[in-house]
Design a protein around this ligand. Structure first.
Ligand code: RIB
Length: 325
């Protein structure tokens, strides 16, 4: 049976009025009480789009954008496009950098639950955020499968992995290493690894993947990238799962006296505007950031209006030919 507002009140040990006030963000409620109510809603899978919430529901015209860090060019450009499109639709945005911060992510969802936001677009890497289990929330994910209730938008990561690996092989590489991560989070970027492994096996080559957690510092990443050259001096191709890693690998390769592309061919992933202008030499796979943003805002608008949404939207990728391969 569908849980009711009184069930939430009972479990949270507060009155129905308090639950309603939390849901509608009316009057002062302590953080402790709010937490108890949100926790009870999550446990019972209470649907905040119920009549009780809609009774007072007023639009805020504010949308939250939550991504690991806007200092990464992919997320920076994505946020730029999302903000532009949402602004044109009459929304203003608030931006959260959620890298390594589950609590912040929970806080944003609580803002949504208490009607201080109309919707959320997320591309975070944190796991164990229970608040997502509330159903029918106006949330859209980019590059991340949160659960079967939340629609996700992504580029064709598997095809991107195939394209990148195929390209390195065509250019003569045989000992190709892939870097990817994080693997414990269900990010759709992990499918790049499947595309890589599939293509390597098809050609009879051994796939080797180094897990490089996206959240590591540049110094920590440098140590891992050096390991690649120490442990596999015969490496002649690297497919990095994002462009910033690819550039870092390129610089480290030079310190190992590798000539690029003669001794080592490198391909990245993302192909942002910034990279294509600042490092046009880097061969990469271009993700269609503008279309990803457009599809995400369309899906969010549908969720806000309680309309049906596509569960998965997959957009095509293309190769950018630089001189690193
Ligand atoms: O550069 C950031 C990477 O993490 C991108 O490839 C994006 O798709 C995300 O998964």
């Amino acid at each position: 049976m569908k849980p009711k507002l009184e069930d939430v009140a009972k479990l949270a040990q507060v009155s129905k009025t308090t639950v309603s006030r939390v849901l509608n963000n009316r009057g002062y409620i302590s953080d402790e009480t709010k937490d108890k109510v949100y926790q009870a809603m999550t446990t019972l899978n209470y649907q905040p789009n119920s009549a009780a919430r809609q009774l007072y529901n007023q639009k805020t015209n504010i949308v939250g954008l939550l991504f690991p860090t806007v200092s990464n060019p992919f997320f920076g450009e994505l946020v730029l496009e999302l903000e532009r499109k949402l602004y044109d639709m009459g929304y203003i945005v608030i931006i959260g950098n959620s890298m390594n911060d589950c609590e912040k992510e929970t806080h944003y969802i609580n803002q949504l639950l208490s009607n201080q936001l109309d919707g959320l677009i997320v591309g975070t890497h944190n796991i164990g955020v229970e608040q997502y289990n509330n159903r029918n929330l106006p949330i859209v994910a980019i590059d991340r499968v949160v659960n079967e209730d939340i629609p996700d938008i992504r580029s064709d990561n598997f095809e991107g992995g195939v394209l990148a690996t195929q390209h390195l092989i065509e250019k003569g590489a045989k000992y190709i290493i892939h870097t990817n991560g994080p693997i414990d989070v269900n990010t759709t970027a992990n499918l790049r690894q499947s595309g890589y492994e599939h293509t390597m096996s098809q050609h009879g080559f051994k796939p080797i993947t180094y897990t490089i957690d996206f959240e590591l510092s540049f110094e920590e990443k440098a140590k891992k990238f050096k390991q690649i050259f120490e442990e596999h001096p015969e490496v002649d191709g690297i497919f990095a799962s994002n462009d910033t890693d690819a550039i870092q690998i390129y610089n480290i390769a030079l310190s190992y006296d590798k000539r690029v592309p003669e001794d080592l061919k490198i391909i990245g992933y993302d192909g942002t505007d910034l990279m294509r202008h600042m490092h046009p030499d880097l061969t990469t796979i271009i993700q269609p950031i503008d279309s990803i943003a457009q599809q995400a805002v369309n899906a969010l608008e549908q969720r806000i209006n309680n309309e049906e949404t596509e569960q998965h939207t997959i957009l095509p990728v293309e190769l950018w030919q630089g001189t690193t391969s």
